[in-house]
Each structure stands twice: as structure tokens, then as C-alpha cells.
Design a protein around this ligand. Structure first.
Ligand code: NAD
Length: 257
């Protein structure tokens, strides 16, 4: 029996990287999974991978920065399975590095829209649904948001990414305080540099900032998407029943150096 057996789980940013790995781990551990992303082609690939594990899976294209799209995503999970137990709000974007004073307002707004407002919108719609449903045991539902090491320390060259990821931890803490008493837990994972499309683009920049980051990887390697996803799925599972408001670093000690 898996540790999220029979649960209904939703994963955003599921077409790739950490989100794709999380969808597979939710499935391996017995959940039914709605996978959401803006990238329809890669999302279809994720759906096929999860289905190949024998799981009940539904791919739902969604843009987390668009409220109607987020609302439709939660409705789709509930229409298919009747409830929502676990939500992993993981979709995100990065950007090329820039000097603080050179960052354009357009780049700032886009980053905040996806990486911060996107998480806020997902949380609101998930919480409304979880509050409506009967608890299973003591718990109605569990949410895990993806922040970053840049949610805890500053990522040089990425002020907008850093601000958004700090904001995700703020949302996580406020919601956790408000909701534990009604049976909803809210946590965050803070990945360090992890192999994905995002970090491939970052490493390819090859400037002083990216070279310094790549030179100082803990243990000389990046994390693997599944190493972050295992932590996220655990935080969403009943095994973490008394864990709420946690910002869990999954970074091989990168930030604690
Ligand atoms: N890879 C790292 O080193 C690292 C480190 C810290 C935090 N993170 C965070 O982890 C999360 C996952 O990133 P990843 O490394 O797997 O990168 P990734 O680029 O492989 O995956 C991100 C996914 O999010 C999707 N996405 C982007 N904008 C979206 C939107 N508006 N609506 C829905 N989906 C959208 C993308 O299409 C993509 O499939 C992100 O929030 C990222 O900021 C990653």
C-alpha cells in the first residue's frame, strides 16, 4: 500500500522536471493524479508515463497565472474524482540573470504573475475545495508549494525570482497558521540547483554568476528532480500529518554552507 493510496492529487508544472517526477511518485504511491501545465505536448508525455505505471491520470492544460484556468483545473479534478486531497503547486519560470537596476518592469511582472500570483491563485481555489469536503481522519487536504533556495537567500542576478520565491514562503506560512485547525496542511519545498530544463537554460548562460553557481554545487552535482519530488509527495501524505508551515530545503546543503 502506497503512502498516498487512494488520494486525489494535483500537480502543476507537471510537463517537465520536478513536477513530472512528482506526478510519477504520486502514482507509484497509489494516488489518482491530475497533471497540469501550459506545455500541452510535454504534458501529454507525462500523462502517458503516469498511465504506464497503471495509475488513473488526467492531463489538464492550465496556465497558473490565469484565474479562470486555475479554477477550471480544480473543477476538473473534482469532476473526475469527487475531491482534492493533495496539491503540489510547482509550476514556475526562471529568467536570464541581470543587474538589479537593469531588470525590466515587464520581466518583473511576468515573474510575479507566474511564480507568486500563480501559487496564490492555486492555493485559493484548492483551499476553497478542501474546506468544502469532509475530512478523512483528521485531515481535509494538504498543499505543498515549490519555493527555492532563493526563497531563503538572495539569488544574485535574479531579484524578481528571489522576491517571488520569498513570497511563496510567506503565503505558505500564513495559510498554514490559518488552516491547520480545519484539517488543511500547507508546506513548501525549497530545491537547490536541480537538473531540469530550467537549470539547463541557466547553465547555458555562461557568465560570472552562472559559472560561480555551477562551480560550487554541493557534492559537485545538482539534485535530481525525483529527489525534490519525493520530499513534496511526503509533505502531502498522511505521514506528514503534524507538519505544517514547513519550508523544507532539498538542496544537499547548498544554502546552509
Ligand atoms: N531546477 C532548479 O534548480 C530549481 C531550483 C529551485 C526551485 N525550482 C522551482 O521548481 C519548480 C519546477 O521547476 P523545474 O526545475 O522542474 O523546471 P522545468 O522548467 O523543467 O518545469 C517547470 C514547468 O512549469 C511549467 N510552467 C511554466 N509556466 C507555467 C504556467 N504559467 N502555468 C502552468 N505551468 C507553467 C513549464 O511549462 C514547465 O513544464 C519551479 O517552480 C522552479 O522555480 C527549480
Amino acid at each position: 500500500m502506497g503512502f498516498v493510496e487512494g488520494k486525489v492529487a494535483l500537480v502543476t508544472g507537471a510537463a517537465s522536471g520536478i513536477g513530472r517526477a512528482a506526478a510519477q511518485i504520486f502514482a507509484r504511491e497509489g494516488a489518482r493524479v491530475l497533471v497540469a501545465d501550459v506545455d500541452r505536448d510535454d504534458l501529454a508525455e507525462t500523462e502517458a508515463m503516469v498511465a504506464a505505471l497503471g495509475a488513473d491520470v488526467l492531463a489538464h492544460p492550465a496556465d497558473v497565472s490565469d484565474e479562470a484556468s486555475v479554477a477550471g483545473m480544480v473543477v476538473a479534478a473534482v469532476a473526475r474524482w469527487g475531491r482534492l486531497d493533495c496539491a503540489f503547486n510547482n509550476a514556475g519560470i526562471s529568467d536570464t540573470t541581470s543587474a538589479f537596476e537593469s531588470l525590466s518592469l515587464e520581466a518583473w511582472n511576468r515573474m510575479i504573475a507566474v511564480n507568486l500570483t500563480g501559487v496564490f491563485l492555486c492555493m485559493q481555489h484548492e483551499i476553497r475545495q478542501m474546506k468544502r469536503q469532509e475530512p478523512e481522519g483528521e485531515l481535509r487536504g494538504a498543499i505543498c508549494n515549490t519555493s527555492s533556495g532563493a526563497g531563503i537567500i538572495g539569488a544574485r542576478g535574479l531579484p524578481h525570482y528571489t522576491a517571488a520565491k520569498h513570497g511563496v514562503l510567506g503565503l505558505t506560512k500564513v495559510a498554514a497558521q490559518e488552516l491547520y485547525k480545519v484539517g488543511i496542511r500547507v508546506n513548501a519545498v525549497c530545491p537547490g540547483m536541480t537538473e531540469s530544463k530550467m537549470t539547463a537554460a541557466f547553465a547555458a548562460e555562461d557568465n560570472a554568476i552562472t559559472r560561480a553557481v555551477m562551480r560550487h554545487l554541493p557534492g559537485g552535482r545538482m539534485g535530481r528532480p525525483e529527489e525534490v519530488a519525493e520530499a513534496a509527495v511526503w509533505l502531502c501524505s498522511p505521514l506528514a500529518g503534524f507538519v505544517s508551515g514547513e519550508s523544507m530545503l532539498v538542496d544537499g546543503s547548498q544554502v546552509s554552507r
